[in-house]
Write a protein that binds this ligand. Structure first.
Ligand code: 13P
Length: 344
């Protein structure tokens, strides 16, 4: 039974309070982060970095699934083992990024629409043979003067929903990610309003296209003021706005919500997830967890610097961040755990 397969995968991904690790940066994004850290932007350095991540000892204590990029799922460790096989051996389910990136939307200045539907059924079949059991598609919605337009939201949602249908047909769990970007000087209320509108349009189209909500994962942004906003809300304010927005927009039939970090500091992302659980646990009908990239990886990347001598230290930091996030998922995180030596 296909739907049972999807439900089983979701349960396994999030068992024992685990979350997801997004390590699916496109080459462009990965190279940008490497450049900022002074690391050469080559295929071999990207391979080494991904090997560092997947071979981190104990990563499976907090990570139930890792999302890979096309280049990575085709790569091997220096021992000649496929990256996806290393994950499976560690008890981590491999996933795959399926979208082909957000491109400028014709006729709509400063807005983007995510591409990648052509040939997707065939790509799904191939990734399945490589071990992928879940997938991700990211749409980006920008807040600015006069944007997002309803046309941009609908175009992005349409692609997300058609992707989700193809995933479910293939027996692969779709992560549906409509990311309202943090960039901008908008208030938390504006983020709330835009996120609510996006989610309501999304769930209406998911209904129209007969997506089985019990067989998908939502990956939303938290509701938070823009990075250039003069005002920084408290941890509890962000948690409350996020929970209220999700309760207003997301059906309870959805099994799991796994947040992106979106450019928040690792500490803020963990503190927000923690407050969502400490303050609102009894109101949440879903599993509420993390699917962070930067908020898990960034400290490790900064320490690694592309040097073999730093691999062990980088892996320890990666392990620690994942541990802290799984503590946050249980409402057991506190700032003292950030001190060196105080892993969760
Ligand atoms: P961040 O946690 O860095 O926002 O990345 C999550 C992600 O997968 C974006 O698609």
């Amino acid at each position: 039974m296909k739907n049972q397969l999807l439900k089983d995968t979701i349960q396994q991904l999030f068992a024992n309070h685990k979350g997801l690790l997004a390590m699916d940066e496109s080459n462009g994004t990965c190279n940008k982060r490497f450049a900022a850290a002074g690391i050469p932007q080559t295929i071999e350095m990207r391979r080494k970095y991904r090997e560092l991540i997947v071979t981190t000892p104990g990563l499976n204590e907090s990570i139930g699934g890792a999302i890979l990029y096309d280049e990575t799922i085709r790569q091997q460790t220096k021992e000649g083992v496929q990256m996806a096989d290393v994950l499976v051996k560690a008890g981590i389910i491999p996933g795959i990024k399926l979208d082909m990136g957000a491109k400028p939307m014709a006729g709509f200045p400063n807005e983007k629409v995510t591409e990648g539907l052509d040939g997707l059924r065939e790509r799904l079949a191939e990734y399945k043979t490589m071990g992928a059991r879940f997938a991700k598609w990211r749409a980006v919605i920008t807040i600015g003067e006069g944007i997002p337009t309803t046309a941009c939201i609908k175009a992005n949602v349409h692609a997300l929903v058609r992707y989700a249908a193809l995933c479910q047909e293939a027996g692969i769990v779709p992560i549906v990610e409509p990311e309202v970007l943090m960039s901008g000087d908008h208030t938390i209320q504006r983020c709330y309003d835009v996120t609510e509108k996006v989610l309501k349009i999304l769930f209406y189209q998911l209904y129209q296209f007969q997506i089985d909500l019990e067989g998908m994962i939502l990956k939303p942004n938290m509701v938070i003021a823009g990075t250039e906003s003069a005002y920084k809300n408290s941890i509890d304010e962000v948690a409350e706005a996020t929970v209220n927005c999700l309760l207003a927009s997301v059906p309870a039939a959805m099994p799991a919500i796994a947040f992106l970090s979106g450019g928040q500091s690792p500490e803020d992302a963990a503190a927000h997830l923690n407050a969502i659980h400490t303050k609102f646990k009894n109101r949440l009908p879903w599993i509420v967890t993390f699917s962070f990239a930067r908020a898990i990886q960034q400290p490790a990347l900064d320490i690694w610097k592309g040097q073999d001598a730093n691999i062990e230290e980088a892996q320890k930091l990666l392990y620690k961040r994942a541990k802290l996030d799984t503590a946050a998922r249980q409402g057991q995180y506190n700032a003292a755990m950030e001190e060196p030596g105080n892993a969760a």
